[in-house]
Design a protein around this ligand. Structure first.
Ligand SMILES: [Zn+2]
Length: 498
């Protein structure tokens, strides 16, 4: 593998098959958006792809939490033309196509990230960085052309890009991108926790999140690999509980990786799958893998290396990715001896050291029962058992008499906006933590979105005009967004009594 620079873009290249693969990687993804701009990166990707001439080239683009990638495989000249076309479109973004592409996105109805991973990231970062995935997957209908141009000009620039090329490289390959400094990527704040936690959220199955300081650490790599393999074996083979176990990995910054093990569960088996996941993790923390498991894991890694061109391509991709994000890189072939030298004790120690950061997620309303290992319950949003004291608004007496779901209340204080639901549960948003205020689609009202993942619906039809006025008066101008109501976490509260 060779690193060269082409038009100022680092290019990782290796000779290879007659059909070449080329890709452009940008250091921008959903984590770099805000609640008000959700989906803007995906829209830009669509605007770019929409300008390219139709061809038989095998090409596509993806936007995930961390990055945006444009890639193609085919005749070298055609792949080179594809990358040139991407660069040209980014240099002169066809914003006049916005409306059309928003329609395409609506039809695509893409859900974005794995729902369990999104819940876990939200547990770690709330409505910030990768945690935004919990509200993501929507269509950015309300964005202005200026906002879209601005996002592209900030993020889709030469210094925030890297490229890879596998195969014979044509001499006329060019990568002319708009100039611009590498944008400073904000590091989302981590929600403080002192020991393992479990919570419920809109997951699909169960998941376990661990903070890993060293992305290249072999003992941790083996540990999460064995845990995933155990979930496949124990859960699927022995108990028939689940279908899939996968790893979802996000590199937040150098020295900070978040690893999620996500496991499907059949309906009704979610609690059991979550319990197996947690118990197997604890067992590995205690005893480490068996010699056979260790051997199987290393062997799996080594066999993967025999797949030739795929390994080269994977190395090129990770090298380009690491370059954009300033992360350490190690070719896969050098990882095998590192994995081979790991002992069961080292694996156990590595997994133990992540334990204070562990978060176990289950679907809403699924109770795992008593769990070993000192894991405590927490809540995705800012749940409180007792509401703060302040000006209180309630639905009419008649509504409360007739409907249990109308026995709710809204509390407005100088410090907080709070809501109590009919089950007596409270949700609190400190005013400085308001991320967005979304006007009601009909009537006089506002949905207040907290960075702490609480969502509080304030509507005249429920609480009366004075309540809406009291809340509006405390919302600063910049939090108002024109956007559809969010889809995360608790249902829009009070919706049942509208
Ligand atoms: Zn809440």
């Amino acid at each position: 593998m060779q690193r060269i620079e082409l038009d100022g873009v680092p290019l990782f290249t290796s000779p290879g098959p007659g059909r070449a693969t080329g890709a452009l990687v940008f250091g921008v993804g959903l984590r770099d958006e805000t609640y008000a701009t959700l989906g803007i990166t995906h829209l830009i990707e669509h605007l770019v792809m929409g300008t390219l001439p139709k061809s038989h080239l095998d090409c596509n683009a993806t936007v995930d939490v961390e990055s945006t990638v444009f890639y193609a495989t085919g005749k070298p000249a055609a792949v080179a033309a594809f990358l040139t076309g991407v660069c040209a479109a980014l240099s002169d973004l066809p914003v006049e196509r916005m409306e059309k592409e928003i329609g395409v996105l609506q039809a695509e109805n893409c859900t974005g990230s794995h729902p369990t991973a999104a819940v876990l990231w939200a547990a770690r970062f709330r409505l910030d960085g990768p945690g935004l995935a919990l509200a993501g997957g929507g269509v950015p209908e309300w964005l202005t052309e200026a906002a879209v141009r601005d996002h592209a000009r900030t993020w889709f620039v030469r210094d925030n890009a890297a490229a890879l090329w596998h195969g014979e490289r044509p001499d006329d390959l060019r990568l002319v991108l708009p100039e611009g400094p590498r944008p400073a990527r904000r590091r989302p704040a981590v929600r403080v926790q002192t020991g393992p936690l479990w919570l419920q959220g809109p997951t699909a199955g169960a998941g376990l999140l661990l903070t890993v300081p060293d992305a290249l650490d072999a003992a941790t790599g083996v540990g999460v690999d064995v845990l995933t393999e155990r979930m496949r074996d124990v859960a699927r083979m022995e108990r028939g509980l689940s279908y899939h176990a996968d790893l979802e990995i996000v590199d937040i910054a150098p020295g900070h990786r978040e690893v999620a093990v996500v496991v499907d569960a059949r309906e009704g088996q979610e609690a059991e799958v979550a319990r197996v996941l947690w118990e197997q993790y604890l067992d590995l923390c205690e005893r480490g893998p068996s010699p056979a498991e260790l051997e199987h894991s290393v062997q799996g890694f080594a066999e993967h290396l025999d797949s030739g061109d795929d390994v080269t391509l994977a190395d090129l991709s990770r090298a380009a990715f690491a370059d954009v994000f300033g992360l350490p890189f190690r070719p896969a072939a050098e990882g095998v001896p590192a994995w081979r030298s790991v002992t069961p004790e080292q694996v156990a120690a590595a997994l133990r050291s992540c334990r204070p950061s562990a978060v176990l997620a289950l679907p809403e309303k699924v109770d795992p029962g008593p769990l070993p290992g000192g894991i405590e319950r927490t809540y995705l949003c800012n749940y409180v058992p007792v509401l703060p004291k302040g000006t209180t608004f309630r639905p009419s007496l008649l509504a409360r008499a007739l409907h249990k779901e109308a026995r709710i209340q809204l509390v407005v204080t100088d410090t907080y906006l709070a809501h109590g639901d009919s089950d007596g549960d409270g949700h609190v948003i400190p005013w400085p933590d308001v991320e967005a205020a979304v006007p009601a689609l009909t009537g006089n009202g506002v949905f207040v979105v907290g960075r702490n993942l609480c969502g509080i619906d304030v509507h005249e039809d429920v609480y009366g005009r004075r309540a809406v006025d009291a809340v509006r008066a405390r919302l600063p101008q910049h939090v108002w967004v024109q956007a559809p109501a969010p889809t995360f976490g608790e249902a829009p509260v009070g919706a049942g009594v509208r």
